[in-house]
Design a protein around this ligand. Structure first.
Ligand code: AMP
Length: 202
């Protein structure tokens, strides 16, 4: 299965991506995670993208799309994948469609996690990651940057849902509730039975 998980920062994309991809047996590909790993590893790519991440702005499409293309060409993505955090703009969505067409592939489904903005601000401001056994706040989860990221989402990423709606691929799900309830809704949207445990027939 080839899936895109859409949703604003704080909607739980990363958490749901890991769980859903695990159940479906496909790699979860998070552009944010790849960028962050490159920033902390101080790679050439990391140096190029750090200022965008710190400011909560989108990394330019040429960099992001090239990186995703390389990742999708790896053998583990041949039979399917779940994209988390990509595409985040209409040009990225168009270029993903073209790249998949070149590979003779297409997306099966796009699931949008819907959460209202007050709840997002609450979740992001309280969010912590565990790094080397310690709880730390992501630099871009500071309140000013959170508000900016939500603005970027509204302007540049929210239209991507409309793009996929037009292609007949979009399922919107309510992403408020317990993690496994939201997973269940996502799996039903993907047409996968048995949300409590095993995926059936995938
Ligand atoms: P995330 O972990 O998905 O919240 O992404 C963290 C940051 O990585 C974003 O605020 C952007 O700076 C950058 N980023 C992640 N995915 C993309 C993308 N598809 N296009 C541009 N920038 C991205």
């Amino acid at each position: 299965m080839r899936i895109v998980l859409l949703g604003p920062p704080g909607a739980g994309k990363g958490t749901q991506a890991q769980i859903i991809a695990g159940k479906l047996g496909v790699p979860a590909i998070s552009t944010g995670d790849i960028f962050r790993a490159n920033v902390s590893g101080q790679t050439e790519l990391g140096k190029q993208v750090k200022t965008y991440l710190d400011a909560g702005n989108l990394v330019p499409d040429e960099i992001t799309v090239a990186m995703v293309k390389d990742r999708l060409a790896e053998p583990d993505a041949e039979q399917g994948f779940l994209l988390d955090g990509f595409p985040r703009s209409i040009p990225q969505a168009e270029q993903l469609r073209d790249s998949l067409t070149d590979l003779g592939q297409k997306l099966d489904r796009v699931v949008e996690l819907v959460v209202d903005e007050d709840e997002l601000v609450r979740r992001l401001s309280g969010r912590r990651m565990v790094v080397d056994g310690k709880e730390v706040q992501r630099d871009d989860d500071k309140p000013e940057t959170v508000r900016h990221r939500l603005g970027v989402y509204r302007e540049q990423t929210a239209p991507v849902a409309g793009f996929y709606e037009g292609e007949g691929l979009l399922s919107r799900i309510d992403a408020i509730g317990e993690i496994d309830e939201v997973t269940g809704r996502a799996l039903r949207a993907l047409g996968v039975e048995g949300e409590a445990g095993q995926p059936a027939g995938v």
